[in-house]
Design a protein around this ligand. Structure first.
Ligand code: PNW
Length: 506
């Protein structure tokens, strides 16, 4: 194996970026410390029944106070890049740039300085779902349904480029628009908690109502416009002087036909991926939504970009981002697309027509392990978008039953080790055989953290956080495996000693 890794190392680009990823709301805590304003997740999580055991992210991993220790973990493992997000309301408590919280700005300056001093490059996501609560007025013109929020986001992005751009050279405007719009405005189980009455009674109580068949598309449309405006701002005012790069990251499952001998099910695969990656990839590359979507989303429910916005979106990326976790089987139904969930005229399932499971379940209900889907989605992106530079900004897994284990046993996370290793090998195949230009890989996540509706009950970390014992951090076996992989495959070419270390583990 060590020999194989040595060969593989020469396949990846010399400047390949290895990292881990985090998000502000999930790790920082310090929710009401030093002038931080409230975001829609602070509000959402205060409703009983919305989060597992009614847990909150008030403290989370307390990274706000403990980041020096977490940087130490990165250093111990030799991980050279960290993806973090900025909490909009920590620096702009009401969202508005005329109301700056200097303590929040100071925090991020200290965090970035400490990372850089440790030789770790910070990559920054501007929006990882924690929208200012001031933009939530519980109407159909609220939050991302309001086109003006795109302008507010652009102002916030401008402020961040101006304030941190001398230190930050990689910007990610948005994390997974599909996830926060589909679940936040369709299913209603993420903030701001909007959905049709038939989807959940809580949506009237929390979000003020909703319409699951229209609002995800409207919210996503405005978020795409926000992205385009922010990229324009960066390019016009900062990029030349600061020399950084900007893009977005998109979550997408891959798909396989439910019935292998049914041509319509093969076609449904392409439609399913176009409805996920294509929803946000096509506007950035081509300036409009995928034909697969415009053909199927009937009744004027999918907004269209006007000419100037289309022109602004087209080419609004220096790289394309991918968050890949899982895949499913898809089956063509032919049901006309006028109900939420039927727009693609397919349904998806973890099992196929013969009852075969696509891959083992993780600890998250939506996550089945399917490494081949990783190579296939990378190839799909390369082919559809004319061979762009791609960064994998998230890939990772929750281990079945992990939260029920005593800490000492949870550290032996073989399930995660296999997941990470298998996925990295699929990525290497995509680079070696399919010539996909993958430029970096960020493992989700550095730490166990607040896993949204699952609270602390689902763990994605390569570092264990003991929520019953002062948030003590302990590196899991997967962390040491990742250390060995990076040393063998990574920027610092692995010594034979490191490679032997890895082969001993397998
Ligand atoms: C991501 N899917 O969300 C988020 O970016 C993270 O904040 C989160 O902690 C992580 O995944 C683990 O859940 C996703 O259905 C949610 O394919 C759903 C999917 C993918 C990513």
């Amino acid at each position: 194996l060590s020999l194989a890794l040595g060969t593989i190392a020469s396949v990846l680009p010399k400047d390949f970026k290895w990292g881990t990823a985090t998000a502000a709301f999930q790790v920082e805590g310090a929710w009401n410390v030093s002038g931080r304003g409230q975001c829609i997740w602070d509000y959402f999580q205060s409703f009983p029944g919305r989060i597992y055991m009614n847990e909150t992210a008030h403290v989370a991993d307390d990274l706000y106070h403990r980041y020096p220790q977490d940087i130490q973990i990165m250093n111990t493992l030799g991980i050279p890049n960290l993806r973090v997000s900025i909490s909009w309301t920590r620096i702009l408590p009401t969202g508005d740039v005329n109301n700056v919280n200097q303590a929040g700005v100071d925090f991020y300056n200290q965090l970035f300085d400490a990372l850089l001093a440790a030789g770790i490059t910070p990559w920054v996501t501007l929006f990882h779902w924690d929208l200012p609560q001031t933009y939530n007025n519980f109407t159909n013109q609220s939050t991302w349904l309001n086109p003006d929020v795109a302008n507010k986001f652009n102002d916030y992005a401008d402020f961040c480029f101006n304030t941190f751009g001398n230190k930050i050279k990689h910007w990610i405007t948005m994390n997974e628009i599909q996830t926060f719009t589909w679940i936040g405005y369709g299913v209603g189980t993420h903030a701001p908690g909007r959905c049709s009455p038939s989807w959940g009674s809580w949506c009237a109580e929390i979000g003020g109502g909703g319409n699951s068949s229209t609002e995800p598309y409207i919210a996503a449309h405005n978020a795409l416009i926000a992205h385009a405006l922010a990229v324009q701002t960066y390019r016009n005012k900062y990029q030349k002087a600061q020399g950084g790069k900007i893009g977005m990251t998109i979550s997408s499952a891959y798909a396989e036909p439910w019935n292998i001998s049914e041509p319509q099910d093969h076609n449904a695969v392409d439609v399913a991926v176009a409805f996920q990656y294509g929803w946000f990839g096509d506007p950035q590359v081509f300036g409009h939504y995928p034909k697969e979507m415009t053909d199927r989303i009937t009744g004027g429910r999918l907004p269209a970009f006007n000419e100037s916005m289309s022109a602004l979106l087209k080419g609004s990326y220096d790289f394309l981002g991918l968050n890949y976790y899982t895949s499913s089987y898809v089956h063509y139904t032919g049901v006309p697309g006028d109900n939420f969930g039927n727009d693609g005229r397919f349904w998806s399932s973890a099992t196929n027509a013969t009852g075969h499971l696509i891959g083992p379940y993780a600890d998250s209900t939506w996550l089945n392990v399917y490494p081949p889907g990783f190579r296939k989605i990378l190839r799909w992106i390369k082919n559809r978008y004319n061979d762009p530079h791609i960064y994998v900004f998230e890939n990772g897994v929750s281990c079945p039953g992990e939260s029920q284990l005593p800490p000492a046993l949870a550290l032996n996370d073989t399930f995660r080790m296999n997941y990470v290793f298998d996925h990295i090998m699929e990525m290497v195949d995509a680079v070696l055989h399919d010539k996909v230009k993958v430029k970096g890989y960020f493992l989700w996540s550095l730490l166990d953290n607040f896993e949204w509706t699952d609270g602390f009950n689902v763990r994605f970390g390569i570092t264990y956080v003991d929520y019953n014992n002062n948030l003590t951090r302990t590196i899991k076996d997967s962390g040491y495996m990742y250390q060995n992989l990076i040393q063998s495959l990574g920027e610092t070419t692995g010594s034979s000693e490191n490679s032997i270390g890895l082969s001993e583990r397998f």
